[in-house]
Design a protein around this ligand. Sequence first.
Ligand SMILES: [Zn+2]
Length: 282
Amino acid sequence: MKQSILRGLPLWLGLIYFGPAFASVTLPQEARVPGGIAIIPLTGLQTDITPSAWYKGNRVMVLSSEGTPHQRQSRWIAIAGIPLSAKAEKKQHLRANATSYYFSVEPKEYKAQYLTIKNKRHVEPNPEDVKRWRREKAKMTAAYKIWSTPNLKKVQFDLPAQGPLSSPFGLKRFFNKQPRNPHSGLDIAAPHGSPIIAPADGTVVDTGEYFFNGNTIIIDHGHGLTSMYCHMDSIDVEIGDQLTRGKQIGTIGKTGRVTGPHLHWSVSLNNTRVDPILFLNK
Ligand SMILES: [Zn+2]
């Protein structure tokens, strides 16, 4: 008993000393589940140059571990978004420089949601709509894949709109009883016309009026982290605009496939949609 307490002591001292009060990077909440985030200490990589890490074919955020709870374990940490399609029974493989890292994912059950959509084309799009949607998807994917390297100190977001969180991330979705893709973001219900703000510093990398998403903005926050705002009424920014946390980017609307005014907010890490809740400072 006594021995195990003594053995645990250095770890506790480490946590106290390197705890959040001294942190130079504020990390998101880790959740090794489908739609979650894995924070992987890149043990053994002593290089001074930021290692380049890859997971499922996408480049992954790597930051210095300095000031984080992982500082004693490794010089660098990878922060990887885990896709909703990840299987718990399969070991996940992340590569950094020439080293392989493996991690497991815990299963997570997401609830089902049934929605009734009045505009039938938003449930069964015609061939022209499908063509349009494919073009739009390619444009959005290009934005998700943008790689920029600003000095990222806070991998955390403020809520981009004020209102109840009406639909969580990950819901299995049925539109007019037909199964569709799971909910890739977090919905915030707010009155038509209320402000939407940039939840962190970033650069506007895409705006558009999209078939399903309506009036949309994508912001790049660097290192493969992007955030997207859909169904907006007005868009108050342009591609290339540099945003500081808190700046208004537009207003709440009900454009695209919606049942009423709300903000659909999605967050992408390494071209993978993950639960935005994990980035909110509790
Ligand atoms: Zn939504």
